[in-house]
Design a protein around this ligand. Structure first.
Ligand code: HEC
Length: 251
């Protein structure tokens, strides 16, 4: 019973975050903790594209494997890079903070909880919003996170986007150039749909990272609901049984 209550309590924040709509300017992403194949692909993308700069200090490879239905051999082959051990957390030993500050002007933050802080739609939009900007040190900017000091890690896959501006009259009566939308100037190795699917897998994994117990809650939910339905039937039968006695005056 205690476990059941705990599970129900775990489901509340999941339901709440699923219901909490997105920001108007953000592209919506369809997060699915039941899509194990997507989560596994997302974990691989994270390891190959993000973990060289960002850590995820609360995640152990082993735990990811258990949660995402991967055998230890699978985890070693698909997720563990270099000489890391399967029992270790995803900390990024390769880059020191000083080096990062030198190279990028900012330290890449730990990403374990970023999905909880920023939200899935924000991440999905951010990772697809890099565009060419020759004025920046890294040659790129981001429409959602202006002047970001993270490079565009998916330039091969997505290709190069360019900003299209519009002129607007501001409150001060002056006209300003503001960013209207991004346009794909040089196609990448993936089509836009394939690239979106790739980023969806990655964000799906990052949402899992932010709250790994969601996986358990997701798996238990049908059982909990089934249990409640059976319980309802029992209560109903019990009530009928009692009332029979009440009506016949034997209670
Ligand atoms: C080459 C290093 C590098 C790589 C690789 C990299 N990042 Fe970053 N990332 C950074 C830096 C540096 C910042 C800090 C940007 C700033 O504050 O201007 C950052 C910031 C971020 C932020 C914003 C965090 C916040 O809330 O402020 C997110 C989200 C993020 N990165 C996600 C990713 C993901 C996902 C990947 C893999 C696809 C990735 N990064 C790969 C260097 C990197």
């Amino acid at each position: 019973m205690k476990r059941l209550l705990l599970t129900l309590m775990m489901l509340v924040p999941v339901a709440a975050s699923a219901a909490g709509g997105g920001h108007a300017d953000l592209d919506e992403v369809d997060i699915d903790m039941g899509d194990t194949a997507s989560l596994q692909r997302g974990a691989e993308i994270f390891v190959d594209y993000c973990a060289s700069c960002h850590g995820a200090q609360y995640m152990r490879y082993q735990r990811i494997g258990e949660d995402l239905g991967m055998s230890p051999e699978d985890v070693k082959a698909r997720l563990v890079r270099g000489d890391a051990k399967i029992g270790e957390t995803m900390t990024n030993a390769a880059m020191t903070d000083d080096y990062a500050r030198d190279a990028f002007g900012a330290v890449p933050p730990d990403l374990s909880l970023v999905a909880r802080v920023r939200g899935a739609d924000w991440l999905y939009t951010y990772l697809r919003s890099f565009y060419r900007d020759p004025d920046k040190a890294l040659g790129v900017n981001n429409a959602l996170f202006p002047d970001v000091s993270m490079p565009h890690v998916f330039w091969r896959e997505q290709g190069i986007q360019e900003a299209v501006y519009k002129t607007e009259k501001g409150a001060d009566g002056e006209t300003h150039e503001t960013l209207d939308h991004l346009e794909l100037a040089e196609p990448g190795t993936l089509s836009p749909d394939e690239f979106d699917a790739m980023i969806r897998d990655l964000v799906n994994f990052m949402v899992y990272m932010g709250e790994p117990s969601q996986i358990q809650a997701h798996r238990l939910a049908p059982k909990v609901i089934g249990f409640l339905l059976i319980f309802l039937v029992i209560i109903f039968l019990l009530k009928r049984e009692y009332w029979k006695d009440v009506k016949s005056g034997r209670a």
